[in-house]
Design a protein around this ligand. Structure first.
Ligand code: GAL
Length: 966
């Protein structure tokens, strides 16, 4: 009868899950007495430490540290046979129950316990519960005396029969991860309230009134108001109830109902909610219980190949979200979640999937408030044992319990548009049982489950109304949708794996989604890089008390972002937990900018002197946006012109006169800087929303001076050493062939990293130098790779042509280009090209073309495991400046360039950032070709057009410089 090894024991003494929000009457967050025992059967000792609740003990106690595995279950063999070594946290504190609670029903609410909770009050069992991401509520009325002081003990057992259901790809922790409190109600109370509110204005409120006594008091009644106006009882329903002999004395199921055709429907774009109050009264009109909710009126339904929100086929621009924090592990605050969801909104997301469990309740409250559609997912991932468990009758109750308790908790949220049965748990009868429960209980929402369609995108209909594959190739979804016989919408539950330098070809996915009937979007994997802040001095988690120790994505000196293995955890899956769009401190990575532009509410096309402005939203007009044209060329911003946007409805287009092209023949772009014109709940006025752009004039091919060098200035005489390498006073290393990049996570996991390793240090097998009066031609051979470099003098500098011949035997390379290294003292880079962030050939949408400046130190993205980064795509001219002078590189055509403090080998050698030592010099890569970043760490490799084939690659560039090596 151990609760931790009985799969059929899900809880004991638990109050049924419900959607009635109950405010803490006595908050119990804060410091608790704590002991970490080696097992749940170990005796509790005399010595108590202390711990912060809510929080994981794994980030607060050195006795049991975080452990990261993706698929691997924590112990081998039968998952229901729980290991004897089983960290168990005993939490204890004293609480004084308010004297005013005499006669009330008193409930202990434990927000979440990982993975089994056992509660006692003064040593008397109060109950137990499982599911690490749902609350356990226990009626403790009989165990406490109002006015008295009692000892609450919460024992949390880490490993259990339920661990197999919680085998998600994330850190294993232990502890009480959400708030604990007591609340009190009248014995006669609202056990639940179910709100059904449709966009038409129909409101149905089904209450469940019950009592802890034998029968409800005679003459009890229920009343409700919406926005202050009464919602009447549904008399017909009420009469039926009264006549129905099956309705018991202890339970009332009243229905209230109103038709309010004037309501504004809720949508992610316009998340309007109305306050609803439901009250239970006694015969004398005294209020016995009352709850307040916020109601959003909206419809969701699947109609053939379309998922419709309020009748509209809304694109799902989603992201997968875990409860995550780098100090606490999983405990989040409302302030953090608000900042997180606001950031998602600012970057164009309109949906989250609560991967892979019910997220903290405030996440859904905030999704309702800020406007995000939610796929609410149940806490079921049996990954390592998926096949056995999907049909294991011992686990049938747990499947239905986890799914149904989630639905009961979350059903009143307008943001929740789809229920998900869980993740990566194969597909079996247990899923169908859980799906059947939802189909009966909540026919208002569709269901999805990836496992049900994994092997057959046309199968699994009982458990899925949506075809929700993970990481499909673009070709696979497009060809699937090409068959008009398909009957369900396709919305990818995971795609565009954001691990390290990634999210290649997101623009192509979106081009396909927006143009292919049946494709309706997806959820990027994932939002967070799950790096835990680790102190370098002792290797322990910094823990909640450390406070923020980070900046701009990087951990502060003395700390690092830990990933699998860093706490001595084994086996582990290394950096695979660092696969998000934001760093652990919520700093956006480049994939965020890419998404933002693709999701822009406004799209532009230029024809002649007219710009067509299309409102890409589904519901809103453009009045919430302010706009200004920024006219830019290589010399910077030429003009900023305010714009009055045409006021066009969602889906409609209007026109604007194209801004005047300035005189001259320089390439010129007009970028529409869109900002919020008013304070939005998720974006204060002036927040940048997107930067769509049009090219006003193509390049006239005049050679921009860029550097501001005086005519004829520069360093004389081209010198090529006898080693065949260009000498230049501002370079410590001249331009030599570079075919390698520090493997990205995608490169490494796809096996390219190893395949390309010999490119890291090329051995020259042949050198021939041909010097003539006006040029030096150097022929280098590195085995079968030929690099011919021709250097000629040019006004103010020199011109270099690199002709690189790649043999057929090497048909897929990371890069083909040259690398050089400046003297120290070049600290700033300016460029004209994609920016301001990092861009790569298959990830350019997020970087409008413009004139940008960055410090060299910052022109680099601190991915958790150092890798190729800092690339700038489509660079027309690059200028380095600093105390050492000015150095300008001007390629023949827009090229991939980077200028950072690191050589590829430096990045490759470091496993974490703290191990990187920035050079004083600046390392510049100039590429004739650079392989796209793709998403191969989980999902499709770089698409064919972004791979580098054999043959001749040619690159011409000028180098001009003035200055003094310091
Ligand atoms: C999916 C899984 C996620 C995560 C991802 C890879 O298969 O659902 O939880 O593991 O792959 O990062």
């Amino acid at each position: 009868m151990n609760p931790w090894d009985s799969p059929d024991l899900l809880g004991s003494g638990r109050i049924a899950a419900h959607a009635v929000p109950r405010a803490p009457g006595v908050p119990l967050d804060g410091s608790w007495r704590f002991q970490l025992l080696p097992s749940p059967v170990s005796p509790v000792g005399e010595q108590w430490g202390s711990i912060t609740v809510p929080g994981t003990w794994t980030t607060q106690h050195p006795g049991d540290l975080p452990w990261y595995t993706n698929v691997t279950h924590p112990w081998p063999g039968n998952p229901a046979i729980v290991p004897a070594k089983n960290p168990t946290g005993v939490y204890e504190r004293d609480v004084t129950v308010p004297a005013g609670w005499a006669g009330q029903r008193i409930v202990l609410h434990v927000g979440a316990a990982e993975s089994v909770l056992i509660a006692t009050v003064d040593g008397v069992p109060a109950g137990m519960g499982k599911d690490s991401h749902l609350a356990t509520e226990l009626d403790v009325t009989a165990l406490v005396t109002p006015g008295g002081t009692h000892t609450i003990r919460l024992t949390v057992v880490k490993w259990s029969d339920a661990t197999v259901l919680e085998d998600q790809d994330q850190w294993w922790h232990g502890g009480l991860t959400r708030s604990v409190y007591l609340y009190a109600t009248n014995p006669v109370h609202l056990a639940d309230v179910r709100v059904t509110a449709s966009a038409s204005g129909r409101l149905v409120v089904d209450a469940r009134v019950t009592t802890t006594g034998d029968r409800l008091p005679d003459g009890w009644a229920v009343a409700a108001t919406l926005d202050g106006a009464a919602v009447p009882l549904d008399q017909e329903f009420d009469l039926q109830q009264r006549a129905d002999e099956r309705v018991s004395d202890w339970l009332g199921l009243p229905r209230l109902r109103a038709d309010l055709p004037g309501v504004t429907p809720w949508s992610a774009e316009n998340p309007v909610r109305y306050p609803l109050t439901v009250t239970v009264l006694d015969a004398g009109g005294t209020v016995l219980d009352s709850v307040s909710l916020k109601v959003g009126f909206r419809d969701v339904r699947v109609d053939g190949r379309d998922l419709l929100i309020n009748g509209e086929r809304v694109f799902i621009r989603g992201v997968n979200r875990h409860d995550f924090d780098p100090l606490t592990g999983r405990t989040v605050t409302e302030e953090q979640v608000r900042a997180e969801l606001s950031l998602m909104k600012q970057y164009g997301f309109n949906a989250i999937r609560t991967s892979h469990y019910p997220n903290a309740p405030m996440v859904l409250d905030l999704a309702d408030e800020l406007g995000l559609y939610v796929v609410a997912e149940a806490n079921i991932e049996t990954h390592d044992h998926a096949h056995e468990i999907a049909g294991d009758p011992r686990y049938l109750p747990a499947f239905v319990d986890r799914v149904s308790r989630m639905v009961c908790r979350d059903r009143n949220h307008p943001s929740v548009i789809i229920w998900s049965l869980g993740n990566e748990s194969d597909y079996g009868v247990n899923h169908d049982a859980a799906a059947a429960w939802i189909r009966h209980d909540d026919p208002t929402r569709p269901i999805q489950y990836e496992g049900a369609i994994r092997d057959d995108w046309d199968g699994g209909a009982h458990a899925g109304d949506i075809v929700c594959p993970m990481y499909p190739s673009l070709d696979a979804i497009v060809s699937w949708a090409a068959d008009p016989g398909r009957t369900r919408p396709l919305i990818m539950c995971e795609y565009s794996h954001a691990m390290g330098n990634s999210n290649g070809s997101l623009a192509e996915y979106w081009a396909a989604i927006e143009s292919t009937p049946g494709l309706q979007g997806g959820f990027i994997w994932e939002f967070w890089d799950h790096g835990i802040l680790q102190r370098l001095s002792d290797g322990l988690p910094a823990g909640p008390a450390a406070g923020p120790q980070w900046s701009s994505g990087a951990a502060a000196p003395g700390y690092r972002w830990a990933y699998g293995g860093d706490f001595g955890d084994a086996p582990h899956d290394g950096t695979f937990c660092a696969d998000g769009l934001v760093f652990p401190d919520r700093t956006p990575k480049p994939g965020m900018a890419e998404h933002r532009e693709l999701a822009s509410p406004v799209r532009l096309t230029l024809a002649g002197d007219v710009v067509t402005v299309t409102n890409r939203q589904h519901f809103n007009g453009l009045s919430w946006l302010a706009a200004a044209w920024e006219i830019t060329s290589a010399d910077g911003t030429i003009a900023v012109l305010p714009v009055v946007l045409p006021q066009v409805a969602a889906g409609e287009s209007g026109i604007l006169p194209a801004p005047q092209v300035p005189p001259g023949d320089a390439e010129t772009w007009a970028t529409l800087r869109l900002t919020s014109a008013v304070d939005m709940p998720w974006a204060p006025e002036g927040t940048e929303i997107a930067r769509p752009q049009v090219r006003l004039r193509a390049e006239g091919r005049s050679f921009p001076t860029g550097s501001g060098l005086p005519a004829g200035a520069g360093l004389p005489a081209v010198v090529v050493g006898d080693d065949g390498v260009l000498r230049h006073p501002l370079l410590v290393a001249g331009p030599v062939l570079s075919l390698w990049r520090a493997p990205t996570d995608n490169d490494r996991i796809a096996g390219h990293g190893e395949r390309w390793r010999d490119l890291a240090s090329l051995t020259r097998t042949h050198l021939h130098i041909d010097r003539s009066a006006d040029r030096t031609v150097v022929e280098n051979r590195y085995g079968d790779v030929i690099h011919v470099q021709t250097v000629t003098a040019a006004p103010g500098g020199l011109t270099v042509t690199d002709e690189i011949t790649i043999p057929d035997t090497r048909d897929d390379l990371p890069r083909v280009g040259v690398v050089l290294e400046t003297v120290p003292g070049f600290d700033t880079l300016s460029w004209y090209g994609h920016g301001p962030g990092e861009t790569y050939p298959d990830r350019t949408a997020g970087g409008p073309i413009g004139a940008y400046t960055s410090s060299v130190d910052r022109a680099f993205t601190p991915y958790l495991r150092p890798q190729e980064s800092g690339g700038r795509h489509g660079v027309r001219v690059l200028t380095l400046t600093g105390p050492a002078g000015t150095l300008t590189l001007h390629p023949d055509t827009p090229r991939q360039i980077s200028a950072t403090r690191f050589r590829a080998a430096d990045l490759d050698a470091a496993t974490h950032h703290d191990a990187l030592v920035p050079r004083a010099t600046t390392v510049v890569h100039l590429d004739a070709a650079h392989r796209g970043v793709g998403t191969a760490s989980c999902g499709p490799d770089t698409r064919a057009p972004y791979r580098i084939g054999p043959g001749l690659h040619r690159l011409t560039w000028t180098l001009r410089g003035v200055g003094q090596p310091s």
